[in-house]
Design a protein around this ligand. Structure first.
Ligand code: ADP
Length: 475
């Protein structure tokens, strides 16, 4: 398989990134059962207005190197409830092509992930079945549909047979890289990217079997430029559907593309979250689907020891932080600040005092964020200073200490419970013990008490000038 991503054309100019205004207008939020108070059992898709959905999704992909585990059972809704339900515990059971199996093993996959156990037999069944699948990022959805595309392609037929839509060109490239890795031994199968910047002249004969692209460009390629004959597509994948529907244009374009597909085409839709608007879209675009869902592990504060330190001002907070840091053997810590300026200030102070720190803030590109996080994960820096931009989406397993240099507050200057939970919460079953330190000015104490009450947990006061007290904290 060729590894040259552009199908011969020059670089990519712009992203087809969802536009935030449209997103809020369309309002994923409006259709969910969001618990705005942000209790522990909040729904999964009520919070996405905080950061750019697509950027977050990409960041997750860039930093994730292993599967996200879940203890929940996969929930399945079959199109035909009377047909037997298969699940597989090994890739061999799927009777894949030899070259494909080899590719999977070389990627280090020993057995199907939880969602793959159920999804793969459905996806690979004959006659092909349609599927709507939802599970959180990192659970193996991309690998599942890439496997589907690679196994359905006829390598001897030199035209597009599989079409995959993604919301941004970066995400499209990310999927392409999985196709290239998994298909590395399928030498006659090739990928083409239908993304802005990949300018293919009208009427060009595309010989690559898998096309991955963003909806606008794919639509152009199909209807304006006649590059793709949609009637020959066998597998249609709509990835990151929740991100896709956040932009009205993408939603409409995806529907137009889907309408032109032949009736025998297999249609697969994947999403990390599943609100009402997603469900309406999914039902509209995927006829007669099987549905599988894997619930997300819930975050809890049960295994977190929480402390607070009363401080006068920023300088005082900094000193308290140094005392805690000096008194404890902390492997790695994440420190959250409310603003970029505060984060910058703190990183300069800490660096001047000889700490190895890294700064992750909203002005960095997704690639830069991914590389900061990677260095931190590799232990190259011990302290990561950041703002709310990173409160979710980052999953740095080795971190046991989180410091709220500032309490998370919303625009009304009330505690933002959800962000608090996302900063310090851990998934109950997998979570090791964690420690959270809140640095607060005296006038913020009532807000901290509200947080304590909200979560019904105990946040103990810590006197950081008393080293004995700090040393009593057991890690
Ligand atoms: P999603 O699309 O749900 O975000 P991915 O398919 O990207 O999830 O998988 C997340 C991570 O897990 C990737 O690093 C991927 O290579 C890896 N992965 C996927 N399936 C398996 C598997 N069966 N065994 C081991 N690792 C896997």
């Amino acid at each position: 398989m060729a590894s040259e991503p552009w199908g011969g054309d020059a670089g990519v100019a712009e992203s087809e990134r969802p536009n935030c205004q449209q997103k809020s207008l369309q309002g994923i939020k409006s259709s969910t059962t969001a618990n705005v108070g942000g209790s522990i059992n909040n729904t999964e898709d009520d919070d996405e207005n905080i950061v750019d959905l697509a950027a977050n999704s990409l960041l997750n992909k860039l930093i994730r190197q292993s599967l996200v585990e879940s203890y929940h059972q996969v929930e399945v809704l079959q199109r035909d409830p009377s047909s037997p339900l298969y699940s597989v515990k090994s890739f061999e059971e799927l009777r894949l092509k030899e070259d494909l199996l080899k590719g999977i093993y070389v990627m280090g996959f020993n057995r199907p992930s939880k969602i793959q156990e159920m999804a793969l037999p459905m996806i690979l069944a004959y006659p092909p079945q349609n599927l709507i699948a939802q599970s959180q990022s990192g659970t193996g959805k991309t690998a599942a549909f890439v496997l589907a595309m690679l196994s359905r392609v006829n390598a001897l037929e030199l035209f597009p047979q599989c079409l995959c839509l993604a919301p941004t060109y970066e995400l499209a490239l990310q999927i392409g890289s999985v196709v290239l890795q998994m298909g590395r031994f399928c030498v006659d199968i090739d990928v083409m990217y239908a993304i802005r910047g990949n300018r293919i002249p009208r009427g060009t004969n595309i010989t690559k079997q898998i096309v991955i692209g963003t909806p606008g460009t794919v639509l152009d390629w199909c209807f304006k430029k006649n590059l793709i004959d949609l009637t020959k597509i066998r597998v249609f994948v709509l990835d990151e559907a929740d991100v896709m529907i956040a932009t009205q244009g993408f939603l409409d374009q995806s529907i137009r593309i889907q309408r032109a597909l032949p009736s025998g085409c297999q249609m697969l839709l994947f999403s990390a979250t599943f609100g009402d608007s997603l469900w309406r879209f999914a039902e509209q675009i995927i006829p007669d689907p099987n549905v599988i869902k894997l619930r997300k592990e819930e975050l809890t504060l049960d295994n977190i020891r929480q402390y607070y330190v009363l401080c006068e001002d920023r300088r005082d907070k900094y000193e308290a932080l140094c005392n805690i840091y000096g008194g404890l053997t902390i492997a790695q810590a994440i420190i959250f600040c409310q603003t970029r300026q505060d984060a910058k200030w703190l990183s300069v102070q800490m660096a001047q005092d000889g700490h190895q720190v890294s700064l992750l803030s909203g002005e960095l590109t997704v690639d830069q964020r991914a590389s900061v996080l990677q260095r931190f994960r590799d232990g190259k820096e011990k302290v990561l200073i950041t703002t709310n931009v990173c409160a979710r989406g980052i999953d740095v397993k080795q971190v046991t200490v989180v410091v709220n240099f500032d309490l998370p507050l919303n625009q009304a200057q009330e505690p933002d419970y959800k962000i608090y939970l996302h900063r310090i919460g851990r998934t109950g079953r997998f979570g090791k013990k964690g420690f959270a330190f809140n640095m607060i000015e005296v006038d913020k104490l009532p807000l901290l008490m509200k947080i304590q009450d909200h979560f019904n947990s105990n946040i103990k006061r810590l006197n950081t000038e008393d080293l004995d007290e700090i040393e009593k904290i057991e890690f």
